[in-house]
Design a protein around this ligand. Structure first.
Ligand SMILES: Cc1cc2nc3c(=O)[nH]c(=O)nc-3n(C[C@H](O)[C@H](O)[C@H](O)COP(=O)(O)OP(=O)(O)OC[C@H]3O[C@@H](n4cnc5c(N)ncnc54)[C@H](O)[C@@H]3O)c2cc1C
Length: 332
């Protein structure tokens, strides 16, 4: 995609900060593009705790991470900004007229200003070694790495491929809802698991296979029927399975701030009240910024996004008013 359209602001990172910034900038009448490297929006909330209830976002007494992100996407889409996934921004250049952002797939995006809402980077899901040798790559690619849409596991034969506390947590949640739950762990123990959870797991109906690898998948009409596993003695077993979940931890790919000539300190961007970075026209907000009194919370990112957008707006058009109430904007 070699897009010659010039945007007022390009927001890098579609976590909660970037999503809210996208909405707010369009509400202020800016032409906005959002670039997210993952195939879904929501950042850490979707990758670490989509199923957990969040209690410290104003207006929601309690809301799951997934529901909050769905609401934020709906809000961000209100004024039809360009919102793209699978776009890892690799380089940012400025020819004196505007910024050119280039992604790992070679796409170019032109912008008058930039907002970094990147958190520390992007988290990739690790897979066990045996996983890559299995057949049906298209099926494997869409195997969930989180417990979203959890209702779909009710009365199903579920296999969890995991070597850590996340897989144990899923098994404990599903044990009384699914028809059967089996954990396949390539290691001899679970990482970071609480003893209490492990005791509950081992006393439950969940079948746990340690030091065991996946060796085959059996599919019929695109539906999983069974898996084949092999233990440390090379004994093979076939287990009926309708659904698989996998989690073997996450790996951080840091955002390339050095390449972008953005100054960082202890991997964070130090900002003052105006959310500006050291590069004129590039602003930052959310978990990536650091200032005295900073909190790493979803709601902090909202306020920082508002400030950053208003400053970026003023940067590209010095005549604009910095603050406007939405009640005034939408008065009709
Ligand atoms: C386990 C856990 C529980 C938490 N619980 C709460 C809670 O109860 N309440 C609360 O308020 N906060 C909570 N937090 C903190 C909250 O998750 C963060 O404050 C919030 O998610 C930060 O959002 P963000 O958009 O700034 O960053 P992120 O969510 O990190 O989003 C950054 C996005 O930028 C993308 N990105 C990075 N680099 C690039 C690039 N080069 N190109 C394209 N895209 C890029 C990433 O893929 C990512 O999607 C919790 C955090 C954790 C880990």
């Amino acid at each position: 995609m070699d897009n010659q359209d010039l945007f007022d602001i390009t927001i890098i990172g579609g976590g909660t900060t970037g999503l809210f910034a996208t909405y707010y900038a369009t509400m202020r009448g800016m032409k906005v593009k959002l670039l997210e490297s993952q195939s879904q929006f929501g950042g850490k909330v979707m990758q670490f705790f989509p199923e957990k209830l969040i209690y410290d976002v104003g207006g929601f007494p309690a809301i799951s991470g997934e529901d909050l992100v769905q609401q934020m996407i709906a809000q961000a889409e209100r004024h039809q900004p360009v919102m793209l996934t699978d776009q890892w921004v690799e380089t940012i250049d400025n020819d004196g007229k505007h910024f050119t952002l280039q992604t790992s797939s070679g796409d170019r995006h032109l912008s008058k200003s930039v907002l970094l809402a990147t958190g520390s980077g992007t988290f990739h899901t690790k897979r066990s070694d045996d996983w890559h040798a299995l057949p049906y790559p298209a099926f494997r690619k869409q195997v969930p790495t989180n417990l979203m849409n959890r209702e779909k596991y009710a009365d199903k034969k579920v296999v969890i491929a995991s070597n850590n506390k996340v897989g144990v947590g899923w098994a404990l949640y599903l044990k009384d809802k699914a028809e059967s739950v089996t954990i396949i762990n390539p290691d001899s123990s679970f990482h970071q698991v609480k003893q209490n959870d492990l005791d509950l797991l081992l006393k439950s109906s969940v079948q746990v296979h340690f030091q065991t690898a996946f060796t085959d998948l059996f599919m019929e009409n695109d539906r999983l029927q069974a898996i084949e596993i092999s233990n440390s003695e090379n004994e093979k077993h076939i287990i009926d399975a309708e659904e698989i979940l996998t989690f073997h931890g996450l790996e951080l790919e840091p955002t390339p701030f050095d390449k972008w000539e953005i100054e960082t300190r202890k991997a964070r961007i130090t900002v003052k009240g105006n959310m500006a970075t050291n590069v004129s026209g590039i602003f930052a907000a959310g978990d990536i910024v650091q200032y005295d009194g900073k909190t790493n919370l979803i709601a902090s990112g909202y306020t920082e996004a508002i400030t950053a957008i208003n400053k970026a707006h003023k940067f590209i058009d010095p005549t604009v008013t910095e603050q406007l109430y939405s009640t005034v904007i939408y008065r009709g």
